[in-house]
Ligand binder design. Structure first.
Ligand code: IMP
Ligand code: MG
Length: 205
């Protein structure tokens, strides 16, 4: 299942090769290579530096999926900022949204009058984000901007505010760079598609 790095691929294809390492077991192909992610993060960080230069934004990460992206973005930013986290219920082991959102951990910080950057891993149906935005807007922040690593191209998705998307992707289930399947694969440095056999094993049901 895992393609072995032989060191003889064309240089332009090297970044799409899946390294033969345990964390990549079950990965079928790389959708967004590490270097593309890291490049886009620099672009986003420069935009945020400029937009929030005088405001010390509160960067809010939605646990757990957004952690990898949030940390890389905040470390690439050069202005003062603060961070906080929210945790919401996820799909569990299923690959489809139940539409049910539950707050497992709320913010520690007051956001009234503050500028908030909400960092999300992926906007799929949009239900999670819509719920979070409604909740946070009621606390009267100065403004909220949403930065998402991924957004799926979906005709039936909720109309929801997403101010900056790093990558638009097809409507497929993806893992890596924070995103999980049954809590696995979060520590892949790239975004990948799994082999269908992973979903059909008793372990990943
Ligand atoms: P939504 O409410 O349907 O937009 O789903 C948002 C949440 O579902 C994300 O924050 C992820 O935790 C999870 N999710 C949606 N699509 C994927 C995927 O392709 N891979 C992994 N997690 C996903
Ligand atoms: Mg998840």
């Amino acid at each position: 299942m895992i393609q072995k790095s032989e060191g003889q691929e064309d240089a332009s294809e090297q970044h799409l090769t899946i390294p033969a390492e345990p964390r990549a077991e079950g990965v079928a192909r790389v959708l967004i290579p590490e270097r593309d992610i890291q490049h886009e993060i620099q672009v986003i960080a420069r935009e945020l530096d400029e937009e929030y230069a005088n405001d010390k934004p509160l960067v809010v990460g939605v646990l757990k999926g957004a952690v990898t992206f949030m940390v890389d973005v905040m470390n690439a930013m050069t202005i003062p900022l603060e961070i906080d986290f929210m945790a919401i219920s996820s799909y569990g082991k299923a690959t489809k949204s139940s539409g049910v959102v539950r707050i497992m951990k709320d913010l520690n910080e007051e956001i009234e009058g503050r500028r908030v950057i909400l960092v999300e891993d992926i906007v799929d149906s949009g239900l999670t984000l819509k719920y979070l935005l409604d909740l946070l807007e009621r606390r009267n922040p100065r403004d909220i901007r949403v930065v998402a690593l991924l957004k799926k191209n979906k005709a039936d998705a909720e109309k929801v505010q997403v101010d900056r998307v790093a990558f638009e992707i097809p409507d497929e289930f993806v893992v890596g760079y924070g995103l999980d399947y049954a809590e696995a694969y979060r520590n892949l440095p790239y975004v990948a598609i799994l082999d269908p056999s992973v979903y059909s094993t008793p372990d990943g049901e």
